[in-house]
Design a protein around this ligand. Structure first.
Ligand SMILES: [Zn+2]
Ligand SMILES: [Zn+2]
Ligand SMILES: [Zn+2]
Ligand SMILES: [Zn+2]
Length: 137
């Protein structure tokens, strides 16, 4: 049933096939309603297209476009996209090296896991952990 020429990556919702995983994922935003213009209801193929549409058709400024279609939930370093600003900033700790264990070098995905790692693996006290992994702000 697989026709290789049409593209390897099929959308789980509508079955449309894409050559690359990336373009398939950017297509699935259509099904999440993330590419629909809130002003006229037009559905774009992907989020960058919607931004272009808002700027060109509705004459919105870059700032207004960003308010309607926020970009800040995608990681500038690796492109990973997150649903909330909180989970994105947790993820970015990893790029800042904040989630690697100072004792054994193990890299975990978020800071709370590193604290757990220090407690469980290295048997540190909460005081020692706080010194190694200070809370933000
Ligand atoms: Zn689809
Ligand atoms: Zn529109
Ligand atoms: Zn990242
Ligand atoms: Zn460790």
């Amino acid at each position: 049933m697989t026709s290789r020429s049409a593209g390897e990556h099929a959308c789980g919702v509508c079955g449309q096939r894409y050559r690359t995983y990336r373009s398939m994922v950017s297509h699935t935003k259509v099904h999440e309603g993330l590419t629909m213009c809130p002003l006229c209801g037009r559905v774009s193929n992907n989020v960058p297209d919607l931004r272009k549409h808002l700027a060109q058709v509705h004459k919105l400024t870059a700032e207004q476009v960003l308010q309607i279609v926020p970009d800040r939930f995608s990681c500038a370093t690796c492109g990973q996209v997150y649903r909330t600003p909180g989970s994105l900033s947790n993820h970015q700790d990893k790029h800042r090296g904040l989630t690697s264990c100072p004792l054994c070098g193990k890299v975990v995905s978020i800071v709370p896991s590193l604290r757990k790692h220090l407690r469980n693996v290295h048997q540190l006290s909460p005081d020692q952990i706080l010194r190694l992994v200070p809370s933000r702000k």
